[in-house]
Design a protein around this ligand. Structure first.
Ligand SMILES: [Zn+2]
Length: 165
């Protein structure tokens, strides 16, 4: 088996065992979204109609839930978006249910620093900011001032002092 398909299988198994794919399937069932086969071991729940979250696609375990159809998401033009959501499935494989609190904490952190939930959110950066439709925003003035003064402080270290890399 190629390394790529082994990775997909590991992701599918881990998200099944840690319960996050079950949560995604349950959410699809409760909201009336239709489960379809996706790609690389990821399922697509199409026709999601609730207002929250407002995104076109979001991922729970190995289930990508979308307001559009599975065909729409599987089209070649959307391969970057599919890849972005599939990376979130990989994050669920690693963190399990801890993904949710960790994700929301980083949304808050990113919002405080930039005014965007994604810009400084590790999970969105790792999945790909642009493919997820997030802007790369500059830090808010206070945060920029803070990191500038932290940088100045570390530069003013005397020569020969070991500094962390
Ligand atoms: Zn994302």
């Amino acid at each position: 088996m190629a390394a790529r398909s082994r990775r997909h299988l590991a992701r599918t198994l881990l998200t099944a065992v840690n319960g996050t794919t079950g949560a995604g399937l349950l959410l699809a069932l409760v909201t009336g979204a239709r489960i379809r086969r996706g790609r690389d071991g990821v399922l697509i729940a199409e026709g999601y109609r609730r207002r929250i979250p407002p995104a076109t696609c979001f991922t729970v375990g190995s289930v990508i839930i979308t307001r559009r159809t599975a065909e729409w998401l599987l089209a070649d033009e959307r391969s970057a978006l599919l890849d972005h959501e599939t990376r979130h499935a990989g994050q669920y494989a690693v963190l399990g249910p801890l993904f949710w609190p960790a994700y929301w904490v980083l949304c808050g952190w990113s919002y405080a620093l930039t005014g965007s939930y994604g810009s400084r959110n590790f999970f969105e950066r790792h999945a790909g900011l642009h493919t997820g439709g997030y802007p790369e925003l500059p830090l808010r003035p206070w945060a920029a001032r803070f990191t500038r003064s932290a940088a100045t402080a570390s530069r003013s270290r005397p020569d020969g002092t070991p500094s962390p890399h």
